[in-house]
Design a binder for this molecule. Sequence first.
Ligand code: NAD
Ligand code: MG
Length: 389
Amino acid sequence: MRRISIFGATGSIGQNTLDLIARDPESYHVVALTGGKNVAQLAKDARKFGAELAVTADPALLPELRARLAGSSVEAAAGPEAIIEAASRQADWVMSAIVGAAGLAPGLRALEMGATLALANKESMVCAGPLVLHTAQTHGGRVLPVDSEHSAVFQALIGEEMSRVERVIITASGGAFRDWPIEKLAEATPEQAATHPNWDMGQRITIDSASMFNKALEVIETKEFFDLNPAKIEVVVHPESMIHALVGFCDGALMAHLGPPDMRHAIGFALNHPQRGALPVERLDLVKLSQLTFRPACETRWPALRLAREVMAAGGLSGAVFNAAKEQALDDFIGNRIGFQDMAGLVEQTLERLSAESAVTSAEITLDNVLAADHLARRTARELMLQYH
Ligand code: NAD
Ligand code: MG
């Protein structure tokens, strides 16, 4: 039986992971499940899967979690420290699916314990890619990508040499506003941005898809994960979301990964790795699909993509600043304090303001300085936001 833990179990990725586990319960022992405010779901799943431990991020919800787990053998705990503690419990396979920079510390702890970390939390790679990979290497852990594009690249690279890779193309659906005229974007509301044409995901990542901040994070994640020269990474808009990524080799061959937009593919690939296991995902009918289309990823429409290139060129803690400023800008957009188009401007200004503070080498990136940069960037973005009123 494999010992597994899921961080962010109540979210979209967490629930999809549990869906796969539920189909083969004899193969898994669930060690820890963690969640945020939805303690009803957390307690229900902890009971159903016989978890050793359930942790909510919010200490105020501990009494409720305890009450919901009464009479079961599941231990209850709460707070960010308790989440990191949960990662200290030995597990073979750990799903990192907390949203935001809060996912970094538990993921690092799981790697220190030598676990295989299935990484949905792209923010970990954006904020601290070199630290995550170094931690895995030092402690005999392993990181497997769960973001669909990165899982696709990983699969296209099996048996290949990185020195033969000419380019990596990741696709973007274009999000809710891909067909809107640019002039209309300033009026876009959070409700409109939170509807995704193809994928069913959490609210934040769905809005990040419309602004392309999600793709910007993924471009940085690609660089960090596969140690690629940024010049080799391309983004193309592919409205059907059937091809997730392509890898181009020195002989001109382009290997594409196709599949329906269902995160259980990438999650299941990481769960079954190094084997392939049967997965309950729809099989593509190419004739029915009939055509796949592509458009350029315009940096005027989506300035987040330009910012990603600047972040990769700057390196150091600029990824952490970028991510934190983006999270703050997203909060401000969701809270109707800034417009949809203001998010990129606010992030850019924050990056400029903190360029000196971000200048460290890759080897100098630590959990502490990432969290400090995250904190400073949120504060700076909040101050800069006032000018948008
Ligand atoms: P979600 O919002 O649906 O779920 C997030 C989970 O994290 C929930 O369990 C929530 O309770 C928990 N959480 C939120 N804030 C927390 C905090 N401060 N401390 C501890 N726990 C907290 O998000 P999601 O869509 O499942 O995405 C999770 C991660 O996976 C993100 O990093 C996202 O970018 C990435 N991802 C998601 C998808 C997708 O299809 N949903 C695809 C690729 C990558
Ligand atoms: Mg993705």
